[in-house]
Write a protein that binds this ligand. Structure first.
Ligand code: PGA
Length: 253
């Protein structure tokens, strides 16, 4: 893997775990990290953020799966960045397909969330990716470009290490089907060229583009050895500390 960009590994726990299970999983991940290696974040359910807050001396980052783009006010059920910050959160997933497609979250709202996350000085993980129909119609690159442009146009990138793009083909999420390393690399390379066009070549070189969609210990190393794949966003395999840590180790390999 190119060492120009330090890898990023995120564990997206989705709507899983009990309070005790979450605390134990977070502790096992924090304990299992070596003193160096990729940047690693966990994204537990909101209600377990307090229970999973890593110890002060840990380099494990605590993340949130979503946030409100608004500061505060009459937004029933939403959670603000200020609240998340108070829980120790320093990174947020934005536009995950289960919200973008599953809940029909509009692109404008995704862009507003990303701006808010970056404006709060946190790491924003912008999730993009095509559905199976779009892939079969040969539209993967166009879909990724459209989602990237709508989220990033007009967004000021002050810290390049605070924007992570997660390419997650929707058909690969939670299905056990993974994009081949070659197909994923081709999509990442194209995404980087769009970043170059939107933000300039320094930013395009520095911004991490990670892969998500049924990444597991058995395929992580091959995927992450591709020149434009800078880590992974892991769902199912992040719920077992041993598997998640094996993927973290594969990113260091
Ligand atoms: P998966 O989920 O690893 O279970 O496919 C990835 C994601 O949704 O981020």
């Amino acid at each position: 893997m190119t060492q120009k960009r330090g890898p990023f590994i995120g564990g997206n726990w989705k709507m899983n775990t009990t309070r005790d299970g979450a605390a134990a999983l977070a502790a096992a991940v924090a304990d299992g990290l070596h003193s160096d290696g990729p940047q690693v974040a966990i994204y537990p359910p909101f209600v377990w953020l307090h229970a999973t807050r890593p110890p002060k001396d840990s380099r494990l980052l605590l993340g949130a799966q979503d946030c409100s783009p608004e500061k505060n006010g009459a937004h029933t059920g939403d959670v603000s960045l200020e609240m998340l910050e108070e829980c120790g959160v320093s990174t947020v997933l934005v536009g995950h397909s289960e919200r973008r497609h599953g809940l029909k979250e509009p692109e404008g709202r995704i862009a507003a969330k990303l701006r808010a996350v970056l404006g709060a000085g946190m790491i924003g993980v912008l999730c993009i990716g095509e559905t199976l129909d779009e892939r079969e119609a040969g539209e993967t690159d166009q879909v990724n470009e459209k989602q990237l442009r709508s989220a990033l146009e007009g967004t000021k990138i002050v810290r390049k290490d605070h924007l992570v793009v997660a390419y997650e083909p929707v058909w690969a999420i939670g299905t056990g089907k993974t994009a081949s390393a070659g197909d994923a690399q081709a999509a990442h390379e194209k995404i980087r060229s769009v970043l170059d066009d939107l933000l300039g070549s320094d930013a395009a070189t520095a911004i991490r583009i990670i892969y998500g969609g049924s990444m597991k210990p058995g395929n992580a190393e091959e995927l992450m050895s591709q020149p434009d794949i800078d880590g992974g966003l892991i769902g199912g395999a992040s719920l077992k500390a041993e598997d998640f840590l094996a993927i973290v180790d594969a990113a260091s390999a």
